[in-house]
Design a protein around this ligand. Structure first.
Ligand code: URA
Length: 434
């Protein structure tokens, strides 16, 4: 078999066999198939798609490109959640300690920023000292000791996805249903959690732009997970405007901590509670959603969730004091409010434009291996549905470069749509697939 023939077969729109997919993924993982061939192949998959059988074969090949953890010796049931990628999505930073504070272990292999969407690991790494590069032994030790771990792909867990993910980020091959489904599910299978809630984003700021695409992605991932004996549910949630108010790595960490303190933006707090409730119900740790909400509310109110956050961050080498002192996080040189250019209702905020703007400020990568500027980003003061008067602050921009600040200001203002009449409210949750 030759990699070039497999690329050409996919380029011509034919379905690959399981053997061909295994050959390609194994060769890529070992470094025998170079990045340029893998990038060409990813583009062929992006343009031609895959059958469900091919996607399942790709998922299993990537999951088995390294170790597949068996966590049964650590805990009978480990929980996990995963987002398909959005703008301002810092849900894991709230939900993981919230669930773990109820005594349910959370073990999660997470990702970095991808295209215009942010990545949980990049956000967490804005906390001084935080280590997201645990090896398998450290992953298991952290889970055993603290009941919570969030780490990146190591060389031994789904390494094929780690390599492909970094290539996709910089080759315009992110928004592909088979590549997203296999990327997410290979990590989930390799990291060993038995109970998984998938948060599939839909809208301008998501890779899936329509409900039909999001539903297809969610159903395929649920099918893959159940096929390997995991309990999986999926939430399809709205990404037509950024989630919460903050977009940008350190800014999102602050917002997540505020949410754990019960002071987060209403849309983001509600989203976290919905994801966490689905996890509790799926794990049969709550009778129903109302019971789940009561348990989660208590863990937030009495400080258990925040205390678990501190334990988690310290366990992974980070400075938990950030939760009392945000000045320990990187802060941008220019932080300025930007005023509304007119009176009216905010009818839309193009989340993808926001994500791309934060990337251009330095908050994401343009090339594989680029350094991230953790401090930059935007904090919205008013979102869709709000009425604003001209001159009132619309958002605060955080930048480390004046020219980039000016460009971002123009671009963000252009991302707003105003109307003279109140727009219909945006839903938070579109559908739940159990
Ligand atoms: N999250 C992932 O882990 N992979 C993707 O491809 C998209 C989002």
């Amino acid at each position: 078999m030759r990699a070039v023939d497999i690329i050409a077969k996919k380029r011509d729109g034919d379905a690959l066999t399981r053997e061909e997919i295994d050959f390609f993924i194994q060769g890529f993982t070992r470094g025998e198939i170079p990045d340029y061939q893998a990038a060409a192949w990813a583009m062929a998959v992006y343009l031609r798609g895959m059958t469900n059988e091919e996607t399942i074969a790709l998922t299993l090949a990537m999951a088995h490109s390294g170790k597949v953890l068996d966590l049964s010796s650590v805990a009978p049931r480990v929980l996990d959640k995963h987002s398909s990628g959005g703008v301002g999505d810092k849900t894991t930073i709230v939900v993981a300690p919230l669930i773990a504070s109820l005594g349910l272990p959370v073990g999660k292999m997470s990702g970095r920023g991808l295209g215009f969407s942010g990545g949980t690991l990049d956000k967490l790494e804005s906390i001084p000292g935080f280590r997201a590069d645990l090896d398998t032994d450290a992953f298991i030790a952290q889970l055993r000791q603290h009941g919570i771990v969030v780490s990146g792909q190591t060389h031994d867990l789904a390494p094929a996805d780690g390599k492909l993910y970094a290539l996709r980020d910089v080759t315009g091959t992110v928004a592909s249903l088979p590549l997203i489904a296999s990327s997410i599910m290979s990590k989930k299978i390799a990291a060993g959690a038995q109970i998984i809630v998938l948060d599939v984003k839909v809208g301008h700021g998501a890779f899936m732009k329509t409900d039909a695409q999001a539903t297809a992605l969610a159903e395929l991932m649920v099918q893959i997970g159940r096929g390997v004996g995991r309990s999986v549910a999926a939430i399809i949630s709205d990404m037509n405007q950024p989630l919460g108010d903050a977009v940008g790595n350190a800014l999102e960490v602050i917002e997540a901590i505020e949410t754990l303190k019960g002071r987060g933006p209403a849309d983001f707090a509600e989203h976290c509670l919905e994801v966490a409730s689905q996890m509790l119900v799926l794990a049969q740790a709550a009778r129903d959603e109302a019971d789940a909400r009561a348990k989660l509310g208590a863990a937030l109110a009495d400080g258990r969730a925040l205390q678990k956050f501190a334990e988690w961050i310290e366990g992974q080498g980070g400075t938990a004091r950030v939760m009392d002192d945000y000045s320990l996080l990187p802060r941008a040189r220019w932080v300025e409010p930007i005023a509304a250019p007119r009176d009216g209702f905010i009818a839309g905020i193009d989340a993808q434009a926001v994500g791309l703007t934060v990337m251009d400020l330095g908050g994401g990568r343009a090339q594989k291996g680029d350094a991230i500027d953790y401090a930059v980003g935007v904090v919205f003061c008013r979102k869709v549905g709000a009425h604003v008067t001209r001159g009132e602050p619309l958002f605060t921009l955080h930048a480390n470069d004046r020219a980039k600040f000016d460009a971002a200001r123009v671009r963000l203002l252009a991302a707003y749509e105003f109307s003279d009449t109140a727009p219909p409210p945006l839903p938070l949750i579109h559908q739940i697939i159990r």
